[in-house]
Design a binder for this molecule. Structure first.
Ligand SMILES: *Cc1c(COP(=O)(O)O)cnc(C)c1O
Length: 659
């Protein structure tokens, strides 16, 4: 890489808001902000101590003041210190997510506001299962849900009856599971209402129609039902509540529910083939079975709307109900963005044709990119504005996908991925909170459509202070909720604030793409290096094939050997590694046959050596995968680009392996 370092550095401009803000956001690769974090931790630890002391200062200290000088105390302290030292020493073999030399998995440094809020909250140990155990942080979790709702374009004003609702989960896996649970509850509710024979409410004429109402009509029906129920005398209300409960899928279980409704088959979930394996887990957990997960082929790494249309036509023909269509916003393997707009259009169109289903967006990875598309006033930014300063982001299709987010039924977003927060923080958000009545453990049809405007906000909060009623988990971390809330308050989820972070990562990906093209030229005659598809967001892959080779297995073995030098190895000191990257595979089932052949030819491989049926090393192409989320990939102060350094390292290793 011979061209001047300065010219290359120019490829990633310094953050718009000036680097000063960015400089305070993280502990930093060199722990530059050590004294800031130390100050915060100490300050709020002391604050916590005063809180204990001022609770009932008349209570004398329970631990004797001379306890620390006793042998048993000292022995305990010694054992504790020893184990903590061992732990701390062992943790030195951890993965250096904080370093700009790490471009592997979806992890990076932690935002200081979130980290400090989490540490600060830990000793109070709030349990966000209910307000009794978390009088403060449970509200923060509900607010964090509204912050995320606003970012994706859902109604976020609790005074609106159809306001969104979001809550945190242990991760994206559980958020996706919650989406399945809610979609099934909504789909089965009208069927139960019919079966219960409730008078005075208009229900569809048969089970098939009831099962295919679609989520919005189902929510409307649920509202009618609750309003009607609320107007009954208590005895009748109890009677009809019980009659409905007896018919619900949540009471009967899948076996009895479908036995009672022989017109209905177990519904399918349609997802793109690149969908995360949490979808398979979710279908197993819900008892629908993995066979009900139908993986749709893609075109150009994105869900193919034509394939979706064909699948829906077949379902309609075979009277096969569909529970949900999933669109992925930033695939785990490639960072590509599915056409969310086409998927919600399909939902609306097929509902008219009698095949209703929900649309869920799995934005565990890419959800926070939505901040780039949002103005501080909440409005959506037009393409030409979002595009400013980028070379090709966002492609018009990607912009259209983000514009359609507000029309989906629910979304998964992971604060512990692109939200730069500690693990244990995923999020599920649904567009219309009224649906959650169907998830409640104890009959919960309490919301009143006619609540006074001012009362509604309070009612909304009161409802979700019983969070454990609605979520898959029970006891859960209030500290994690505090971290998410505070982080979003310090950096609101719009392009001018939080958006500065994803902006840096997209710029880094674009710079990486350009630098990789230069690397390809430089390595001519040594190896073919190709960016196999233009990145939609901030993941960039590299396909590599040694010069002169045409066979897939040889190329895969070469990339595997390269990756051995880029992998964390718990048995070796961290410092032995220069850089960290990961791999992924390209398969024709995901990429499409024509696209796969194009990529193989680009990298100098003979497409006929691909054996699609094979289960060996020749049914896929192994490629390097890079997650460019570290905010310090380009060090403007010292004139260092870790992107260039990484690629120089790669070039050197490629030459060495070829020698
Ligand atoms: C990471 C990821 C998940 C799973 O999230 P966890 O937080 O690991 O449980 C689901 N879907 C996508 C697209 C992801 O990237």
């Amino acid at each position: 890489m011979a061209s001047s370092a300065e010219a290359r550095l120019a490829a990633v401009p310094a953050p718009e808001a000036g680097p000063d803000g960015l400089h305070a956001m993280f502990l930093g690769p060199y722990a530059e902000n050590d004294s800031l974090l130390e100050k915060l931790v100490l300050e709020f630890l002391r604050d916590h101590v005063y809180w204990r002391r001022n609770f009932h200062p008349e209570d004398p200290p329970a631990i004797p003041t001379d306890a620390a000088s006793r042998p048993g105390y000292q022995a305990f302290e010694a054992r504790m210190r020893r184990e903590l030292h061992l732990l701390s020493a062992a943790l030195k073999r951890s993965v250096p997510f904080h370093s700009p030399r790490y471009v592997g998995h979806m992890a990076s440094d932690l935002l200081l506001p979130g980290l400090a809020a989490q540490i600060l909250t830990l000793p109070y140990n709030p349990n966000n299962v209910s307000e009794d155990a978390a009088p403060v942080t449970i509200d923060l979790e509900v607010q964090a849900g509204l912050q995320l709702a606003r970012m994706v374009g859902y109604p976020d004003d609790p005074q609106r009856p159809d306001c969104a609702f979001g809550h945190l989960t242990s991760g994206g896996t559980l958020a996706n599971y919650q989406a399945l649970r809610l979609a099934l509850a909504l789909k089965a509710f009208p069927v139960a209402l019919r079966a219960a024979g409730v008078p005075a409410i208009d229900v569809p004429e048969d089970d098939w129609a009831a099962f295919n109402l679609g989520p919005d009509a189902s929510i409307a029906l649920l509202s009618d039902w609750t309003t009607w129920l609320a107007g009954l005398p208590p005895r009748e209300r109890r009677h009809w509540s019980a009659a409905l409960a007896a018919e619900r899928v949540e009471t009967l279980g899948l076996v009895d529910f479908f036995a009672r409704h022989p017109q209905l088959k177990v519904p399918k979930v349609l997802a793109p083939i690149t969908a995360h394996y949490s979808w398979s887990k979710g279908l197993k957990l819900l008892g629908l079975g993995r066979d009900q997960l139908e993986l749709l082929p893609e075109r150009g790494m994105r869900l193919d709307p034509v394939a979706l249309e064909q699948a829906l036509e077949r379902c309609q023909r075979e009277r096969q109900p569909v529970l949900m269509a999933v669109a992925v916003l930033g695939t785990t393997e490639y960072g590509t963005v599915d056409p969310v707009d086409a998927v919600v259009d399909a939902r609306d169109e097929w509902r008219e044709r009698g095949l209703g289903f929900s649309v869920h967006v799995d934005g565990a990875w890419g959800g926070y990119l939505a901040s780039l598309f949002r103005n501080p006033d909440g409005s959506f930014r037009p393409l030409h504005e979002v595009r400013q300063g980028f070379r090709r982001f966002p492609q018009p299709e990607v912009h259209a996908a983000f514009a359609a987010l507000g029309r989906t039924d629910s979304v998964t977003v992971d604060p512990h991925k692109l939200g730069y927060l500690p693990y244990g923080a995923g999020a599920f958000i649904c567009r219309d909170h009224r649906a959650t009545a169907l998830l409640a453990e104890s009959a919960d049809y309490v919301f009143h459509e006619d609540a006074a405007r001012d009362g509604r906000s309070e009612e909304y909060l009161a409802r979700y202070r019983r969070l454990g009623q609605f979520i898959p988990e029970g006891s859960k971390s209030g500290a994690a909720a505090a971290a998410v809330y505070v982080s979003h308050k310090v950096l609101p989820l719009d392009h001018a604030h939080f958006g500065q972070l994803p902006r840096q990562t997209i710029l880094a990906a674009e710079a990486f793409h350009e630098a990789a093209d230069r690397l390809a030229q430089e390595l001519e005659g040594v190896a073919r290096v190709v960016v196999p598809f233009a990145p939609d967001s901030n993941l960039v892959c590299l396909a590599i094939n040694p010069h002169g080779n045409e066979r897939l297995e040889v190329a895969n073995a070469f990339v595997r050997a390269l990756h051995r030098e880029l992998r964390t190895d718990g048995r070796q000191p961290l410092q032995m590694r220069e850089f960290f990257g990961t791999t992924t595979t390209l398969r024709p089932q995901a990429v499409g046959g024509a696209e796969m052949a194009r990529i193989l030819r680009d990298v100098g491989l003979d497409p006929s050596t691909l054996d699609e049926e094979g289960d060996g090393d020749d049914d896929h192409l192994l490629i390097l995968r890079h997650t460019l989320m570290n905010p310090y990939l380009v060090d403007h102060a010292n004139g260092i680009s870790y992107i260039d350094r990484y690629l120089e390292f790669l070039a050197q290793r490629i030459r060495a392996l070829q020698a």
